[in-house]
Design a protein around this ligand. Structure first.
Ligand SMILES: Cc1cc2nc3c(=O)[nH]c(=O)nc-3n(C[C@H](O)[C@H](O)[C@H](O)COP(=O)(O)OP(=O)(O)OC[C@H]3O[C@@H](n4cnc5c(N)ncnc54)[C@H](O)[C@@H]3O)c2cc1C
Ligand SMILES: NCCCCC(=O)C(=O)O
Length: 534
């Protein structure tokens, strides 16, 4: 599809109301930074706090024994940090590998879901699929653990001006590039605000100086004309080109004129602009080189393989007063382990089902974490057509289709093959896919994605693997929504006798490994303090 086509696309049949909150949000944020709010005039420079390392060490050593339930990030971190302080830890992990939701799929990996669908990933050497976590923000302690554990990292492209936006429900038949959508939305919002400002509509809010500064800001933010042209947005090269500038006298061909203001708003292309403003999603973002599971792998190595029992499903927890007894099933046999303390780092809704003697209040609290579904599919292609044909090097295409997001790889640029995440969806959209067979999921994802990418989306496809988190044994969901501040949530922040709890669900960063790391740090700190106090 040519970019020229896109400029006319958004003129056609757009049905929806405006979705400009992102563009307006960016503008208002910038206005704030300019000190446009009268009350902020004296404090335009935000307080600067130097970025901190966040290394963690327990002070003092102990030889106490601890059984850790679950070998996800929280369980591994618990054993790692306690191990550094001399504790003897044993991890019981029900799955055949550590990492829990941190799951990277490579060629040869086999997974069977709760519906009995078995998939053997057929990915080529060097191609991997992060079925769970894919990105890390710079401030997260996940970065500190990567450094401490020697896990190399690289930039994860979370936003790309050349990726697409596709809103089918707004009548789009062709996608539009982010850069074009932003130019038009920011341009028209700036025009409207400049006109209103210049006509005095904001006089009660703005001083004369404020007004002039705001108008000057809007001119550059939206690339709009000045007062003599009534602040009009008419489009500039920010929209992109259908033929980029070249040598000599080749000035390039601009991507047409912008659609009418009303059509731009009706296209709802601003719907997702605010994503990149999120404190947890703003660039730069990072990923471990070679797959997200480099993190649990490194943790497991540091803990020591002999301390980790795989295929060991915890079936009971009993606090005996001076010790904790844990029963588990491994290789068809029931076994038991006794330790001084226990840290339970299972998903709360699953821990709620494990028989224990910790009290009905604990069970009720554990069962009170609503669970979200999420799913992803990895599509391996024999060529990197999104780079060569569509000039997209990483980043995310946003859609209102049930596939939600399409991710392009942030590694292996210009390589022979590559893997596109063909859907990453949550809630009802995720459940719509998880109820299908893997073949049906692929067909649905490909037929939807081809609307944006054309024939190669199907013809270049080599193999796929899809993961439905709500249908994954020992996880049964992607993440939870804790009821912060309730008695139940607070109860689980405390030990139940000799049993402590950990997991991202006991943090304010649910659905981030950061949450699992800090919750584990909190549990081991509390346990260690008790041990040291004797
Ligand atoms: C689709 C998706 C996308 C995500 N994206 C990101 C992202 O981009 N960046 C990011 O940082 N985070 C992301 N996350 C969140 C991140 O994966 C989690 O926050 C983190 O991995 C949680 O770790 P945990 O140890 O708390 O829990 P889990 O990983 O759930 O670990 C629990 C462990 O308990 C085991 N278990 C369960 N039952 C038993 C039993 N009976 N006996 C023994 N073991 C048992 C499980 O097998 C599992 O290993 C994402 C998650 C998902 C699902
Ligand atoms: N707030 C939702 C977070 C979703 C999971 C996640 O951490 C991610 O996809 O970045």
């Amino acid at each position: 599809m040519s970019d020229q086509t896109q400029s006319t696309v958004s003129r056609r049949g757009f049905l929806r109301a405006v979705g400009v909150s992102g563009g307006a949000g960016a503008m208002l944020a910038t206005m704030g930074a300019m000190g446009l709010a009268p009350s902020a005039a004296a404090s335009v420079t935000p307080a600067f706090r130097a970025p901190e390392r966040s290394d963690f060490t327990l002070t003092g050593r102990s030889g106490a024994s601890v059984v850790v339930l679950g070998g996800g990030i929280a369980g591994l971190t618990t054993a790692y940090e306690l191990g550094k302080a001399g504790y003897h830890c044993t991890i019981l992990e029900a799955r055949h590998r550590v990492g829990g939701r941190n799951l990277t799929i490579r060629g040869g990996d086999v997974e069977t879901d709760l519906d009995g669908h078995t998939q053997r990933a057929g990915f080529s050497d060097g191609v991997y699929f992060n079925a769970g976590p894919g990105r890390i923000a710079q401030w997260m302690v996940t970065m500190d653990y990567c450094r401490e554990l020697g896990v190399p990292i690289e930039v994860f492209t979370n936003q790309n001006a050349d990726a697409w936006i596709y809103n089918e429900s707004a009548g789009m038949t062709e996608p539009i590039r982010y850069r074009t959508a932003k130019a038009d939305v920011y341009g028209y919002v700036s025009e409207l605000l400049a006109k209103a400002t210049d006509q005095g509509a904001l006089d009660a809010r703005l001083t004369t100086e404020d007004r002039d500064r705001l108008l000057s800001f809007l001119q550059s933010f939206g690339a709009i004309g000045g007062r003599t042209s009534d602040w009009a947005y008419t489009g500039t090269n920010r929209r992109g080109f259908s033929a980029y500038p070249g040598a000599g006298n080749e000035v390039g061909t601009l991507l047409g004129t912008p659609p009418a203001l009303s059509d731009v708003f009706a296209s709802n292309v601003g719907r997702y602009f605010s994503f990149e403003f999120g404190y947890d999603q703003a660039m730069l973002m990072f990923q471990p080189v070679g797959g997200m599971d480099q993190i649990p792998r490194a943790l497991a190595k540091a803990v020591g393989g002999h301390r980790i029992r795989l295929n060991a499903e915890v079936t009971g927890v009993t606090d005996r007063g001076s010790q904790v007894e844990v029963t588990y099933r491994q290789g068809g046999r029931q076994s038991q382990i006794t330790a001084d303390y226990c840290v339970a780092a299972l998903p709360p809704h699953l821990m709620a089902r494990v028989p224990h003697n910790l009290g009905a209040g604990v069970t009720a609290a554990l069962a009170d974490f609503p669970v979200t579904a999420a799913g992803k599919i990895g599509l391996e292609y024999r060529s990197r057509w999104w780079e060569t044909d569509q000039r997209i090097y990483g980043g995310i295409t946003e859609t209102d289709l049930d596939l939600s997001h399409i991710w392009y790889p942030s590694y292996g640029f210009h390589g022979k093959r590559g893997l596109v995440v063909g859907y990453y969806n949550t809630g009802a959209n995720a459940r719509a896919y998880s109820g299908l067979t893997p073949e049906q999921r692929r067909e649905r994802a490909v037929s939807q994605g081809a609307k944006i990418h054309g024939d190669k989306y199907r013809s270049e496809l080599v193999t796929s693997y899809s993961h439905a988190w709500d249908r994954t044994r020992y996880l049964e969901g992607a993440w939870t929504s804790p009821r912060y501040g309730t008695a139940g949530y607070n109860l689980l922040l405390q030990p139940a006798g000799r049993v402590y709890f950990a997991g991202d669900w006991l943090s304010h960063e649910v659905a981030w490994q950061h949450g699992a790391f800090v919750a584990a740090r909190s549990a081991v700190s509390s346990l260690h303090q008790r041990v040291m106090a004797g």
